[in-house]
Design a protein around this ligand. Structure first.
Ligand code: NAD
Ligand code: DAU
Length: 343
């Protein structure tokens, strides 16, 4: 199996790369990442010399560069994690979200068609279903629900999903899509709720909770997401969408309180700030299809996962402190210079 993994220097793409190298010794991974602010080569440091791993810096919207990589590497599988992923940034500046998340997906699918890949997998999000009311705990996102979107980010991801299904129907591209709920775990950029709150709590800084803190997200440990994608690649049916989630709904406030409690920090650090514009109320995945068809179940329960995550951030302080200080940018400039010479 030769897999192009885009966005491999980001949170889930890097965890997926580690997972595949560990669980499929025969898999060759070609990591393609443009190293935006969210991409961090330090994350991939331990596998840079791995014989089955190669890193290529390229932008998925750069048609010539992507075509060249596909022609040279001849992958049989593509897993597209590369995206602008932060909702708040999409509210400030939507343009880059449309370019990367929609046009980038198109460029990758065109290259996949030209070189005849056996599977193009699009890593999607549950945000494409819009949101659910807080007072209807009986409602869940299912794969057949219409797509709708609250933020420019979710609109761009929904557009990409539509394009993926159109390429399947029109050109017969062998695609699958997975739509996962909120992930947490090692190597998540400290702009997202859980790592931001851990970092701020450790530094005794205020923990900014949007609005009332009652909004609900459905949290999944990142390794469970990676295992689900691996299963979809192996056993998923072409042209199908698989929702991924572990029935683990929590309000933002309860997440923040749990972090403070584990770290032994006072709740007085909680600071209520203005609400996010268009803030989705509740996400909740129905994972029945992936459970029934592929036998997937989450393995890491939240109490264990959040403790492991907090421990990881405690043990890897330099990883996130370098991000907060901006030093990781210098690091990857230096590292990339070295890698570039090898290419
Ligand atoms: P991330 O922001 O941590 O990482 C994104 C990676 O993509 C970075 O390494 C970045 O450098 C790279 N990238 C961005 N633009 C690029 C471009 N034009 N060309 C090449 N590389 C580019 O994101 P994440 O949280 O790891 O999310 C990965 C994927 O999973 C995204 O598609 C996201 O929509 C989806 N997803 C995320 C979650 C979550 O909770 N984080 C949940 C469901 C789905
Ligand atoms: O559901 C999947 C999605 O989950 C992914 O598609 C996105 O890429 C990923 O970023 C995530 O989106 P969210 O907007 O749900 O995640 P975020 O961590 O930004 O926020 C989680 C919740 O916490 C949300 O209700 C907003 C709130 N929040 C967030 C931040 C950063 C706060 O209250 N304060 C904060 O400082």
């Amino acid at each position: 199996m030769k897999i192009i993994v885009t966005g491999a220097a980001g949170f889930i793409g890097s965890n997926f790369t580690f997972y595949m190298l560990e669980n499929h010794p025969d898999a060759e991974i070609i990591a393609v990442d443009s190293l935006t602010y969210a991409g961090n080569l330090a994350t991939l440091e331990l596998i840079m010399e791995h014989p089955n791993f190669r890193f290529i810096r390229a932008d998925i919207t750069d048609r010539d560069a992507i075509r060249k990589i596909f022609r040279e590497e001849e992958p049989d599988t593509v897993v597209n994690f590369a995206a602008e992923s932060h909702v708040d940034r999409s509210i400030e500046d939507p343009g880059i979200f449309l370019r990367t998340n929609i046009i980038g997906t198109q460029v990758l699918m065109d290259a996949s068609r030209e070189t005849g890949v056996a599977r193009f997998h699009q890593v999607g999000t549950d945000e494409v279903y819009g949101d659910l009311p807080l007072d209807r705990p009986d409602l869940f996102f299912t794969e057949d629900m219409p797509l709708t979107a609250s933020s420019p980010y979710s609109a761009s991801k929904a557009s990409a999903d539509l394009l993926v299904m159109a390429y399947h129907r029109t050109y017969g591209l062998p695609v699958t899509i997975s739509r996962c709920s909120n992930n947490y775990g090692p190597y998540q950029f400290p702009e997202k709720l859980i790592p931001l709150m851990i970092a701020n709590a450790l530094e005794d800084k205020p923990l900014p909770v949007y609005g009332t803190g009652e909004n609900v997200r459905d949290w999944l440990y990142v390794e469970d997401h990676c295992r689900a994608i691996d299963l979809v690649l192996q056993k998923g049916r072409e042209g199908e969408v698989y929702n991924i989630g572990g029935h683990n709904e929590r309000s933002n406030l309860s997440i923040v309180r749990t972090i403070l409690q584990i770290l032994g920090k006072p709740e007085s650090l909680i600071t209520y700030v203005s609400d996010r514009k268009g803030h989705d109320l509740r996400y909740a995945i129905d994972p029945e299809k992936i459970s029934r068809e592929l036998g997937w179940e989450p393995e890491t329960m939240f109490d264990e996962g959040i403790r492991k995550t907090i421990e990881w951030y405690l043990e890897h302080r330099s990883w996130w402190e370098n991000i907060l200080s901006g030093d990781y940018m210098n690091y990857y400039q230096k590292m990339y210079g070295e890698i570039h010479q090898e290419l």
